[in-house]
Design a protein. Structure first.
Length: 161
């Protein structure tokens, strides 16, 4: 049985996440969202991803543009195990409330503030602490690089303890 993954926000980050999830044997992208009927929405369909409107009120714009969607974000959340939130950072607070209401776990991208989830994840430094959390923020690539440098120093020399 594979983990059913929803991607909320099929833009620059969302496209990469969807492709990465699709490459896993134990995960399946069950859908991606867009707020506007852009070329990225058409690319999602061409890639074989089910497309959902990012909000119920946005569905009409897709219909008017002739781009078929399989429902709205609420339909997608009803059938997912976890959502990877790739929406622009200003949407995180509202999205978190929506995910809580739907009862799904979520991973937020590094553009969100640490306070949004209370844990900023880096597999090298705090995997065990993040395991089982409902909401986790994945740190940026710059922070990942720092963690990969500083964590071994902390382990070996006790720096930061």
């Amino acid at each position: 049985m594979s983990v059913q993954v929803a991607i909320n926000g099929y833009g620059t980050i969302g496209k990469r996440v969807a492709d990465a999830v699709s490459a896993q044997d134990d995960m399946e992208v069950i859908g991606v969202t867009k707020f506007r009927p852009t070329i990225e929405a058409e690319i999602a369909i061409e890639c074989g991803y089910s497309l959902f409107a990012g909000a119920p009120e946005k569905k009409a714009a897709f219909d008017a543009a002739g781009i078929s969607v399989d429902g709205t974000i609420h339909d997608l959340l009803a059938n997912t195990d976890i959502v990877v939130d790739c929406a622009p950072e200003r949407f995180g607070a509202a999205n978190k409330k929506m995910y809580e209401k739907a009862g799904v776990k979520a991973i937020f991208q590094g553009g969100e503030k640490h306070e949004r989830t209370g844990i900023s994840f880096n597999s090298f430094a705090n995997y065990a602490q993040a395991l089982g959390q409902q909401f986790v923020r994945v740190v940026s690539c710059n922070t990942t690089g720092l963690c990969r440098t500083l964590h071994p120093l902390q382990e070996k020399f006790g720096i930061g303890n």
